[in-house]
Design a protein. Structure first.
Length: 210
């Protein structure tokens, strides 16, 4: 605890929050704490504002089961009752269109883990389930003349015509999850490590060439 004081520090929270479930450090001296009444409290440990609450969020009306932060992505994931809510750490607003709902048969969410780059959010459940969710699609794209190829999901490339209001002219279902992409006048190439697949997008082909 890097606080410029020689005394022990005790931080108290409102009794309305309930009991503390979990906490994590982030940034240059901030703590996020979760509570049984569905509250997330953000506090500072800076010397001149020790214990000051920066923000409080009421995300659920019952006990929060798990939370995790990803500072690279600038987001926090909070789970309860089979629902994972995403919060933007810049303004502490809920990103409603990124909410994840698990089926009732999945069981209670027991933990959340986020990859360092923020791409994959993984959750474990009390029924032994392990679920991975894609949170960030790699920004792969390439242009050739008036066409552009872009990775729209981990397994699909869209070819768009920039002279026709970015109209999609072909969707290519991929056989690999690519690390790079290239576009030519007639073909699109995607590759991973030493494997490359080619597709004739001009003919509307959705199968790789051998």
């Amino acid at each position: 605890m890097n606080i410029e004081t020689t005394h022990n520090v005790e931080i108290t929270f409102s009794s309305q929050y309930g009991k503390i479930i979990d906490y994590c450090w982030f940034g240059d001296g901030y703590i996020a704490a979760s509570f049984t009444n569905g509250v997330i409290s953000i506090i500072s440990t800076h010397k001149d504002e020790i214990g000051s609450e920066v923000q409080s969020l009421v995300l659920f009306n019952s006990t929060i089961e798990a939370m995790v932060m990803n500072e690279e992505l600038g987001k926090m994931a909070v789970a309860a009752h089979g629902v994972i809510k995403i919060v933007n750490m810049n303004d502490w607003s809920e990103v409603k269109n990124e909410e994840i709902n698990l089926s009732s048969s999945s069981g209670r969410i027991t933990s959340l883990v986020w990859t360092n780059d923020g791409q994959i959010l993984t959750c474990a459940t009390s029924n032994g389930g392990l679920y991975g969710f894609l949170m960030v699609i790699p920004g792969l794209c390439c242009a050739c003349d008036n066409h552009i190829a872009m990775l729209s999901t981990l397994s699909k490339v869209e070819i768009k015509n920039t002279e026709r209001n970015n109209m999609t002219v072909n969707n290519i279902n991929l056989e690999i999850e690519p690390a790079f992409i290239s576009l030519g006048k007639n073909h699109c190439a995607v590759g991973l490590n030493n494997n490359v697949c080619y597709y004739n997008w001009r003919e509307g082909s959705n199968s790789s060439l051998t």
